[in-house]
Design a protein around this ligand. Structure first.
Ligand SMILES: *[C@@H]1O[C@H](CO)[C@@H](O)[C@H](O)[C@H]1NC(C)=O
Ligand SMILES: *[C@@H]1O[C@H](CO)[C@@H](O)[C@H](O)[C@H]1NC(C)=O
Ligand SMILES: *[C@@H]1O[C@H](CO)[C@@H](O)[C@H](O)[C@H]1NC(C)=O
Ligand SMILES: *[C@@H]1O[C@H](CO)[C@@H](O)[C@H](O)[C@H]1NC(C)=O
Ligand SMILES: *[C@@H]1O[C@H](CO)[C@@H](O)[C@H](O)[C@H]1NC(C)=O
Length: 269
């Protein structure tokens, strides 16, 4: 009888353990937002540094860059794939060395980050760079001619990312497609925040984008109508390493460090 009761209790105890594990796992996994807030101000509401360089006005987010600092903002939640879009106007004047950005990232600063980037290259306001990062490895840059000066007017920049491919559009025109070939080390899959920033790629050297002069500082980088439309269906640890992403650096320019802090000067990507 005792043995029979014991054998009846075993499945119940086992089930309890399984439930506890499931509850713990669900709680330890970051939830993913399926829908974005309705306006730029509420969407890009998290300020990573230099809050005095960020201002919100209606549907416009303005990031200020001067010789002391730029700034970076991001969304509250992460999105598991989605269409990330913003109307953007670059800062005017001599912007050599500065990089205004709009991008997705599983977690900026993480050595395992996945990213899809728009990066204006301040040395030339008629071009833009796109890039793809997987498990902390980028080096998939492409540079595109805008056909206009990005500091003259707002234009719409979109990243349309799904499990099969990522597409970059400017004013609705496709400029790049990056396909998931099935190699997990080559395609971003981690749920991602929407980010925007302006940073100095050059200091203290020349770098790949020239050395900033700050001749026309302060600079103002503006994003309006920032939206994310996401199926948001998957959840999972957003910056966990995948096994053996080992890949030796080859070719193309190395990106500046994520964060450089120097006396009296804060420079971040
Ligand atoms: C944007 O959202 C913020 C935060 O919810 C709100 O305070 C603000 O009024 C909104 N602005 C517009 C233009 O809808
Ligand atoms: C999803 O977005 C809402 C509204 O901005 C926010 O309150 C919530 O914290 C977000 N969820 C996550 C997991 O970030
Ligand atoms: C900027 O880029 C455009 C488009 O590629 C090019 O025609 C122009 O010569 C470049 N300007 C400078 C100053 O390099
Ligand atoms: C997958 O991509 C990684 C990184 O580019 C590469 O090192 C590896 O050889 C690829 N694997 C296959 C099976 O192609
Ligand atoms: C924001 O979107 C509205 C509606 O499409 C458009 O009229 C407006 O020009 C956009 N704002 C900017 C600054 O591009």
């Amino acid at each position: 009888m005792a043995a029979a009761r014991g054998s009846l209790l075993m499945p119940a105890g086992g089930l309890l353990v399984v439930l506890c594990v499931v509850v713990f796992f669900v709680q330890s996994v970051q939830a993913v937002n399926a829908t974005a807030p309705a306006n730029s101000t509420s969407l890009l509401s998290v300020i990573d540094y230099s809050p005095d360089h960020v201002s919100y006005s209606g549907n416009i987010v303005t990031l200020k860059m001067d010789s002391q600092s730029g700034s970076r903002v991001h969304s509250v939640g992460r999105y598991a794939y989605g269409v990330f879009s913003a109307d953007i106007k670059c800062p005017a004047g001599d912007t050599v060395g500065l990089i205004p950005t709009f991008y997705t990232s599983s977690l900026e600063g993480s050595e395992y980050k996945d990213e899809l980037d728009w990066e204006f290259l301040g040395k030339n306001s008629s071009i833009i760079q796109t890039n793809v990062w997987v498990d902390g490895v980028g080096k998939r840059e492409a540079v595109h001619d805008l056909g206009f000066d990005c500091s003259q007017a707002f234009h719409k920049y979109t990243i349309d990312w799904n499990p099969l491919r990522a597409k970059w559009f400017i004013d609705g025109q496709l400029v790049r497609t990056y396909v998931n070939t099935g190699n997990a080390s080559e395609y971003p899959t981690k749920p991602a925040y929407a980010y925007a920033s302006i940073w100095d790629s050059g200091y203290p050297g020349e770098g790949w984008n020239g050395r900033a002069t700050y001749a026309n500082a302060p600079y103002f980088y503006q994003l309006a109508n920032v939206t994310v439309s996401s199926p948001g269906s998957s959840t999972g640890p957003s910056s966990a390493p995948r096994p053996a992403p080992a890949r030796s650096p080859v070719g193309s320019p190395v990106r500046s460090p994520v964060k450089i802090t120097l006396p009296g000067r804060k420079l971040f990507r």
